[in-house]
Design a protein around this ligand. Sequence first.
Ligand SMILES: [Zn+2]
Length: 410
Amino acid sequence: MTDTVTDRFLRYVVIDTQSDPKSSTQPSTEKQKNLGRILVEELLTIGLSDAHIDEHGYVYATIPSNVDKPVPVICFCSHMDTAPDFTGTNVKPQTVRNYSGGDIQLSGNPQRLIRVGDNPALLDQIGNDIITTDGTTLLGADDKAGIAEIMTAAQFLLDNPDIRHGTIKLLFTPDEEIGRGVDKVDLQKLGAQFGYTVDGETAGHIEDETFSADGVEITIQGVAIHPGFAKGKMENAIKIAGAIANRLPKDIAPETTSDREGFVHPIAVTGSMEKAVLKFIVRDFHDDGLADKEAMLETLVRDVMAGFPGSTYTFEVEEQYRNMKAVLDLHPEIVDNAVEAIRRAGLTPVRGSIRGGTDGSRLSFLGLPCANIFAGGHAFHSPTEWISRQDMEKAVTALVELAKIWEERA
Ligand SMILES: [Zn+2]
């Protein structure tokens, strides 16, 4: 008997794979390898003889081509870790069969509801089987749904050798949620030309754009003096930092922007009278928009500093990641083939952009152009996370179709 995508999903989500941004090891938590080892065993069982996990926790495997002609080597990728935002220990998945509409009560926490008002996507799920947690943990559909779908598609291709396809590489990464998902990936070894992260939300969606992202660190050196003798001399770095934060434009903030607007966002402030450090993240879909926002921020800092002639500042910009669209536009077949695969899976393809980054944005710039396709989960990183069986099954179909389309069009 072969495993369904739901069997696999339910098996993977009970394995705690939370990553930890405070850890300096790779993977950040050793327990992520527990899932990695199970995946390797299952890959070997279905016949992928090169499946293995490396010392950094990455799982690699190859579905060999079954045609003579050359077909571009594609990669299906998803991440094994779950977000540090909410506990992933002791996940108890629950299934609402034949969902009839309305808010969903979670058995482990009667106060916690999955509300239709917060989850309009539930309106498209009537009659489907919806998997949730009991309300005390996150579910981990982000991104164990992607893993279950890739594993099931792999098994389907192996069980149906009449389906023609090129070489397909599978890659499961640790630590995506803490921004280190591709730090130790070996792209040479992977040997793929194009990739797909299976880490998006709503069924039918494909994303070929992410933010471009920088970090900015502003260090203020004030004038520190004994408060008893400070009149006319002291310039308190804490107050300078406060003045800067206070003058940030209110309409260029995460809490006031959406869709294709970028923002400037303070994420940390530390300091004393003598010295204060402000950390920001800056986001925009265009690199020049990013530069404009940074110039605006520096002008604002300079204006504030003018009122404190004895104090000095430094303003440092660090690149974090770049909009992957610049790379994907050079290879339109990546998105075109996925759009066709989604259509063949019976869905309406929806192209979108991510207000954030993915492993795919970094992979794209490391030499593996990567779009992001839906895994089907909703309300990521929270105890109200949910996914439907039917959407996972559509994702499996889309991946199988994608394998076929690359072969057909080669
Ligand atoms: Zn994810």
